[in-house]
Design a protein around this ligand. Structure first.
Ligand code: ATP
Length: 326
């Protein structure tokens, strides 16, 4: 099921939360809406779902304009960050809920429901938890059950709003890898809201970078990282340094620098402020001669210069600046 978003605009009072959004999401794609708080990600997701009406514009599911359709008729599954499971129901009953609520004419038999719920619980790898109640689960398990519940009614589109936002960093990482693998298996058209660039890069086929109600750029994680359309995308997609050379500012990422212990042509002098081994990489903070701003440099831990580099000592650096289009 492809999704086309056409000229969508939405205001709350005088505030334009979405300004003429156009986007095509291909069938089976996993797309992240990425941007800072308040940029309009959730509003766009709610408009796709039919939970919110745009002031202008259309939502088209696989060639059919669903703009006038109610949320119930759009066949979308949701997982929200705080989308609580029903507390008084077991895990099994939570997942079965949507199927049991179907109109009698299309409702599957209890036997079919049972098989389906078992299958879904296996898919989220929690089939041994069917008899438990939500409060007896960890946060990560609850989110997986919420996903199984969303998938039970065989939605055509899956919408996830910061589904792992409330979890600790390690569980979050595990769950997003698991989600990416699951998506590889079932290929359900999915849209996923996050403000975390690492999450977006790790999970999605394409990323939509949003800012202040508009789309800044759409592309694969590698495209956005290597060829950002503007400074906003560049800064949002990873750590960056700004360095003044004369009256020009150059931008580069921490790994886009060479360090040397002796003066070389095209290298700038700096003071070594800090050296932090972080596992596979070592992060070095340096302050260029005559400047206030501190620059971050990242080298792989076996880089030769690290053998002799010392805090407080002079170092020479050569940025490999990034080209930003536009
Ligand atoms: N129901 C509403 N009434 C008034 N303003 C709203 C409403 N919903 C959203 N907004 C405003 O619209 C803007 C976009 O909100 P939205 O929730 O879409 O942003 P977001 O990118 O999802 O942000 P976050 O990451 O913080 O959830 C925000 O400035 C928000 O305050």
């Amino acid at each position: 099921m492809s999704i086309t978003i056409q000229n969508v605009t939405k205001s709350f009072g005088n505030f334009k939360a979405l300004n003429n959004i156009n986007l095509k999401i291909n069938s089976g794609e996993l797309v992240a809406l990425l941007g800072p708080s308040g940029c309009g990600k959730t509003s766009l997701l709610r408009i796709i779902a039919g939970l919110e009406k745009p002031d202008e514009g259309n939502i088209i599911f696989h060639g059919e304009d669903v703009s006038g359709h109610d949320v119930r008729d759009r066949n979308v599954g949701f997982v929200f960050q705080h989308y609580a499971l029903f507390r008084h129901m077991t895990v099994f009953d939570n997942v079965a809920f949507g199927l049991r609520m179907k109109p009698r004419a299309v409702r599957p038999s209890e036997q079919v429901i049972k098989e389906k719920v078992q299958y879904l619980l296996q898919m989220v790898q929690l089939d041994w938890l069917g008899d438990r109640y939500p409060e007896q689960l960890s946060g990560g398990q609850r989110q997986r059950i919420a996903l199984a519940r969303a998938l039970a009614v065989e939605p055509k589109v899956l919408l996830l709003d910061e589904p792992f936002g409330a979890l600790d960093a390690k569980v979050r990482k595990e769950l997003r890898r698991w989600l990416a693998r699951l998506h590889d298996e079932i290929h359900l058209t999915s849209v996923f809201v996050t403000h975390d660039q690492e999450e977006a890069m790790e999970v999605s086929d394409r990323i939509v970078v949003m800012n202040k109600g508009v789309i800044e750029q759409v592309g694969s994680p590698a495209e956005l990282y290597d060829r950002p359309a503007n400074g906003f995308v560049y800064h949002f997609l990873g750590d960056s340094n700004q360095f003044k050379v004369g009256d020009k500012e150059i931008l580069f990422r921490p790994h886009e620098v060479d360090l040397a212990l002796t003066a070389q042509p095209d290298y700038f002098e700096a003071e070594t402020l800090d050296i932090r081994p972080l596992g596979a990489i070592t992060r070095i903070s340096i302050r260029p001669e005559g400047q206030q701003d501190i620059l971050e440099v990242e080298l792989t831990k076996d880089t030769g210069v690290l053998q002799t580099l010392q805090r407080g000592k002079t170092v020479y650096f050569k940025p490999k600046p990034h080209q930003i289009a536009g």
